[in-house]
Design a protein. Sequence first.
Length: 184
Amino acid sequence: MKKASDVNERDEARNLSNQGAACLRLFEELVSECLRRLQAADRLDTGAVGRFTFSLPPQAVELLQRARDHYLAALRLMPKEEAGNLAVLHHQLGGIYKHLDEAERAEHHLGEAIRLHAAVGDGFRCGQSHHDLAETLVHRGRRYAQALTHARAALELFQQAGSGAAREAHRTAGLVAELESYLS
């Protein structure tokens, strides 16, 4: 039987997670607007093959930091038996740390998300975490062999998920091909 304190902590953790998600939505809107402005000013080559980076405006960094703080607080409160929810929190933190250019923390949280998603049998979300970890490894250190391992794992999980994951499988197949070309 669950104790009242466990229920209250879980509810508070979910509330904090929702606040983090709201910050991330605002962040994504702000970044999309920045990209539109760069493209309109012809300062962004979206036709180029590969990846590009740009400096985040201070407001975007502040939103990421607020989201991070909400997710970290939620992580501390979420009961350990809520493995699926813990996995989602770790995945979100991994993405936030990637944007904040804190690769080691991003890798840690994405690794935890992979472990927890696998433990609860959520292959689709496990695939998302593998894909994001592969992208993080490419962006932050050109660790192509390790990234390829995660990209292949993501692709396999998306293929197992069926037609509902077709878009993710297609995108990940492109990443696998890209990484294989770097290593050949």
